[in-house]
Design a binder for this molecule. Structure first.
Ligand code: UDP
Ligand code: MG
Length: 337
């Protein structure tokens, strides 16, 4: 249940940065972002989410938060994945506008003043769209292309192609996003589902400033499946049609055999065709079951109602977190540092 009118006493702008093993880029990130934010001359906060990094990210973050009161950090208990880390950051953001951004400077921070300007013009969501993806591998580009087209078609939820999580959201949008309780968080789809007054800002995606991308082929594949299964029930419906087609084919074949038997008598041989038909249809059956299982598995995960993330400690939040309507966390506020 959404609080009818969330009292906003926070800053104008919140930047949310998920970080997983980003020790190599972290200092550089702040060196670039902080002057831009200072330059845009408004009150802001930067909320970093340490997503269970195994490297020096956390100690470095502690030092930075200590030095700059505008920078805060949420330390999750383990690696929850980017989408959930982002959700945690957004839950704690208090700004009237919230911008999630990657720590590796692939989302150019120079766009922030432009995004804020568009927001001031009255847009609720300013989405950045990649002009070209030269910095990504060919395979990644092709699969991304195919993916956006497929999901857009199947789900009926428009997902602007080549948009990432890098966007500005008005407080209205943030509150709406917080009302989506699902555990399987396919952010692009969630953003697409929201609606609101949107505008797109094109940009060129750069190479990572340092470190390595955490995405492997398998992760992208799984993200793709996530996009399809959590935004469309089309795969379930397809089986109705496949089943119907098979039934029609089976009836036709039955008639054919009937007529042939009447004309030429019964012929006993037929084991190979029989076994291939049996194998083919048991294969189809299993695929159908698998698809059902995908949805059932999702129902299972949602029904458990586990918290989305767990927080180990909060760094630099002097007056406690901004509380949304959802309370997914077991919060352990043993203070900072
Ligand atoms: N990230 C995270 N948790 C993860 C993986 C990634 O918080 O499990 C963060 C990462 O630190 C970075 C952002 O998500 O700030 C994007 O990650 P990455 O650059 O590896 O992805 P890519 O740019 O290749 O899509
Ligand atoms: Mg990156």
């Amino acid at each position: 249940m959404m609080a009818p009118n969330p009292v906003i006493k926070g800053p104008a702008l919140s930047i949310v940065v998920p970080m997983y093993n980003e020790a190599q880029v972290l200092e550089n990130f702040f060196a670039v972002v902080v002057p831009i934010l200072d330059g845009s001359a408004q009150d802001y906060e930067v909320i970093c989410v340490n997503d269970g990094s195994q490297d020096e990210t956390l100690p470095k973050l502690r030092r930075i938060c200590h030095a700059n009161p505008r920078i805060k950090a949420i330390n999750l208990t383990r690696n929850f994945g980017k989408e959930i880390a982002l959700t945690a950051g957004i839950d704690f953001a208090r700004g009237e506008a919230v911008i999630p951004i990657d720590a590796d400077l692939q989302d150019p921070p120079e766009l922030i003043p432009l995004m804020v300007e568009k927001w001031r013009e009255g847009y609720d969501m300013v989405t950045t769209v990649r002009e070209d993806r030269q910095s990504d591998s060919l395979a990644k580009r092709l699969s991304a292309d195919l993916f956006y087209r497929l999901v857009g078609k199947m789900s009926g939820t428009p997902i602007p192609p080549h948009s990432g999580d890098y966007r500005l959201m008005d407080r209205k949008v943030v509150e709406a996003l917080k009302r989506m309780p699902e555990r399987t968080r396919f952010m692009k789809g969630l953003f697409g589902w929201l609606g609101f007054k949107q505008i797109e800002v094109p940009y060129e995606r750069r190479l990572r400033s340092a470190g390595r991308s955490k995405w492997k082929f398998w992760d992208l594949w799984n993200l793709g499946l996530e996009g399809i299964f959590s935004f469309s029930t089309l795969p379930l419906r397809i089986w109705t049609y496949i089943g119907a087609a098979c039934a029609v084919f089976a009836i036709a074949y039955l008639l054919f055999i009937l007529v042939r038997t009447l004309l030429y008598g019964a012929d006993v041989p037929g084991y190979p065709s029989l076994i291939s038909v049996v194998l083919f249809f048991s294969g189809l059956n299993m695929m159908g079951l698998g698809i059902l299982g995908e949805y059932l598995g999702r129902v299972f995960i949602e029904v458990k109602q586990r918290p989305l993330y767990l927080i180990d400690d909060l760094i630099g939040f002097e007056d406690g977190p901004a509380d949304g309507d959802r309370k997914p966390t077991v919060r352990n506020e043993r203070g900072d540092r």
